[in-house]
Design a protein around this ligand. Structure first.
Ligand SMILES: [Zn+2]
Ligand SMILES: [Zn+2]
Length: 139
């Protein structure tokens, strides 16, 4: 999908860690999986996926927690904000938490994933495609 070149910035609650994404987003989603839930303390977590080469940490440093084999979740070690996600078996892509962007409204999720782990009281958006696990088979 052809989109104009764009720059989007974001960062953590305390301001120590900042990132900059250039170029178009690869995908967006709202994830209901338990790992996302526990990594943030939130009932679900929205993501924007960029190409790894388009995403740069421009201030501070990401702390990294390996939440599953091959999965790295990046966060601010000072304030705890969850910022990034990277998976070894999905090279070349780098996700940021939508809510950590300076303009989260620019990237509404276009699908819901891992609905098999959704909290019973967490509302579903009937306008979005729902996937019980990933939206596509792991490649
Ligand atoms: Zn911080
Ligand atoms: Zn998840």
């Amino acid at each position: 999908m052809a989109q104009p070149e764009t720059v989007h910035e974001g960062g953590c609650l305390c301001g120590a860690v900042r990132y900059r994404a250039t170029g178009a987003a690869h995908a967006t989603s709202l994830c209901h999986c338990r790992s996302c839930r526990l990594s943030t303390g939130a009932p679900s977590l929205a993501w924007v996926i960029f190409r790894e080469q388009d995403l740069a940490i421009v201030a501070g440093e990401l702390a990294v927690h390996r939440s599953s084999p091959g999965v790295e979740r990046g966060f601010c070690a000072r304030c705890g904000t969850s910022l990034t996600y990277r998976r070894a078996n999905r090279p070349g892509l780098f996700d940021v938490t939508t809510a950590s962007l300076d303009d989260p409204n620019a990237f509404p999720p276009d699908k819901e994933i891992w609905t098999s782990e959704r909290l019973s009281w967490e509302a579903i958006n009937p306008d979005l495609p729902q996937f019980e696990e990933f939206s596509a088979p792991p490649s």
